[in-house]
Design a binder for this molecule. Structure first.
Ligand code: PLP
Length: 440
C-alpha cells in the first residue's frame, strides 16, 4: 500500500492561496502540486514531498527534468548571449538546429524551418503558410483535435467547448469532421478510417468545402488532448492520397506526439506517410520554450516579411533542443518504444481485473487509459477518472487527464522500468478504491 502524503503541506497551501489572488483563473489544476525541483521523472514539492511524474510537464521534458547535459548547454549559452532575434540577425545555434531538424525529417524532400516559442504559434505559422503556398482559403480539421488557443489555432481546436466558449468568431474557413476513433465508432462499418475519408470526400467536399478551395488538412497523427486516440492504419495513408488528388497540403501537428515520444521521431512515421508541413513544440527543447514549423522546401517559399517574430528560435532554447535531439536519438527514443511496450503488459492485466478500464491504447510513451462506468454502454467515467488522478497525487504519483474520461500517461522518455512499476502499482491500488466508491 502506498503511503498517504500530507498534501498540500503548509508551503504548498500558502502558494495555492497566493496563486488564487494573482494568477489567471483560467488555469486548470487537477491537484495542488507546487513544484520545488525535479530530476528525471522524480519531482519534489515545496514541502519536501517526493512524487513520480507521469506527465513530464504535459509531454514536454522529453529528457526528464533538468537533464544535466541540457542544463550545461543552457548555462554555457547564457554566458555567451541570451537573445538576438533570429528574424533580423543570424546566429549559429538557430541555423544548426534547423540543419539538424532537416536531418531527422520524416520525408524525402529537404525541409525549411520557421521557429517560434510554443505549439499554438507553430500551428498559426503552418496555417498561414498553407494559405500562402496554395492561395486557397479553407481547411479541414478534426473533432477532438487540440491545436492551441490563439485565434487561428483555436479555430481548429475542437476538444472541449469551454476552450471556445465566448471566443467566437475565430478564423473562418475551418470545417471539422469526426476523428476516427476505433473505441467509439461514429460511422457504420469496420474501418472508421475509411469511413471518415468517405465522409470528407462524399459529404464535406460535395456540400460544404469544395476541395479546390481547401488549403490544408490539419491532423494530429495520434490525437492528444482529445483522449490519446490512435487512428486505424488506413486513415493517414488515405488522407495523404486525398491530399495528393486535390493539391491539398497535409499538415501533421506533432506538437505532442513528436520528438521520439511514440518510439519514432515523429508519430506520422508509424504510418509511412510523409506530411507537407509539420509542427513541433513541447518535447523539442526539454522544457525551454520553442516551437518549430517545418515544411518541404518547395512549400516554404514565402517572401521576406511574410512571417516573423521577435523571440522565436531563442538561442538558449536552440541549444537545449540540439542536446535533446542528440539524447533522444542516442537512447531515449528507443527507451520510449521499450518502456511503452513494457507498460502495456501490466496495463492489460489491470484492464482484466478493473471493470472501469474500457480501453488501453497508445504508442510508445503516449498512452491513454479510458475509464467507463460500464463496458457495455461505454458511459464515460469522468468523475471516477478525476478521483483516480487526485488519489494518485495523494499517494505520490502525478497523472493528468485528457479527453472526457481518459488518464494520460506521457512521462519523460527517460523513465525507467522501476519507476513505471511504482506508478502503475499506485494506479492499480487507487482504481480499486475509486471503483468501490463509485459502486463498480
Ligand atoms: C497537438 C497540440 N498542438 C498544439 C498545442 C498547443 O501548444 P501550446 O500549449 O504550446 O500553445 C498542443 C498543446 O497541448 C497540442 O497538444
Amino acid at each position: 500500500m502506498a503511503k498517504l502524503l500530507a498534501v498540500p503541506g503548509p508551503k504548498a497551501q500558502h502558494y495555492v492561496e497566493k496563486d488564487s489572488r494573482y494568477i489567471s483563473p483560467s488555469y486548470t489544476r487537477s491537484y495542488p502540486f507546487v513544484m520545488e525541483r525535479g530530476k528525471g521523472s522524480e519531482v519534489w514539492d515545496v514541502d519536501g514531498n517526493r512524487f513520480l511524474d507521469f506527465n513530464a510537464g504535459i509531454a514536454v521534458v522529453a529528457t526528464g527534468h533538468s537533464h544535466p547535459e541540457v542544463v550545461k548547454a543552457i548555462q554555457e549559452q547564457a554566458e555567451k548571449f541570451i537573445h538576438m532575434a533570429g528574424t533580423d540577425f543570424y546566429y549559429p545555434q538557430e541555423i544548426d538546429l534547423a540543419g539538424k531538424l532537416n536531418e531527422v525529417r520524416p520525408m524525402e524532400e529537404e525541409v525549411k524551418v520557421f521557429f517560434s516559442n510554443s505549439g499554438t504559434e507553430s500551428v498559426e505559422t503552418a496555417v498561414k503558410l498553407a494559405r500562402y503556398a496554395t492561395g486557397r482559403p479553407r481547411f479541414i480539421a478534426f473533432l477532438g483535435g487540440f491545436h492551441g488557443r490563439t485565434m487561428g489555432s483555436l479555430a481548429f481546436t475542437a476538444s472541449k467547448a469551454v476552450q471556445r466558449e465566448k471566443f467566437f468568431p475565430m478564423m473562418p474557413g475551418v470545417v471539422h469532421v469526426p476523428f476516427p476513433n476505433p473505441y467509439r465508432p461514429l460511422f457504420r462499418g469496420e474501418d472508421q478510417g475509411i469511413a471518415v475519408l468517405d465522409y470528407i470526400e462524399n459529404v464535406i467536399f460535395k456540400s460544404v468545402a469544395p476541395p479546390s478551395e481547401v488549403a490544408g488538412i490539419l491532423v494530429e497523427p495520434i490525437q492528444g488532448e482529445g483522449g490519446y486516440v490512435v487512428p486505424p492504419e488506413s486513415f493517414l495513408p488515405g488522407l495523404r492520397e486525398m491530399c495528393d488528388r486535390y493539391g491539398i497540403l497535409l499538415i501533421a501537428d506533432e506538437v505532442q506526439s513528436g520528438m521520439g515520444r511514440t518510439g519514432k521521431m515523429y508519430a506520422i512515421e508509424h504510418s509511412g506517410v510523409e506530411p507537407d508541413i509539420y509542427t513541433m513544440a513541447k518535447g523539442i527543447a526539454s522544457g525551454m520554450p520553442l516551437g518549430a514549423t517545418v515544411a518541404r522546401k518547395s512549400v516554404m517559399t514565402w517572401k521576406p516579411g511574410a512571417h516573423g517574430n521577435t523571440f522565436g528560435g531563442n538561442p538558449l532554447s536552440c541549444v537545449a533542443a540540439m542536446k535533446t535531439i542528440e539524447l533522444v536519438q542516442q537512447k531515449y527514443m528507443a527507451n520510449a518504444a521499450r518502456m511503452g511496450e513494457y507498460m502495456m503488459g501490466p496495463l492489460r492485466e489491470m484492464q482484466g481485473k478493473h471493470p472501469s478500464i474500457g480501453d488501453v491504447r497508445g504508442k510508445g510513451l503516449m498512452v491513454g487509459i479510458e475509464l467507463v462506468m460500464d463496458r457495455e454502454t461505454k458511459e464515460p467515467a469522468s468523475d471516477l477518472r478525476n478521483k483516480v488522478i487526485h488519489e494518485s497525487f495523494r499517494r505520490g504519483v502525478l497523472f493528468l487527464g485528457c479527453g472526457t474520461s481518459t488518464i494520460r500517461l506521457s512521462p519523460a522518455l527517460s523513465i525507467t522500468k522501476d519507476e513505471i512499476d511504482e506508478g502503475l502499482e499506485v494506479l492499480d491500488e487507487v482504481l480499486t478504491v475509486a471503483e468501490k466508491e463509485f459502486g463498480l
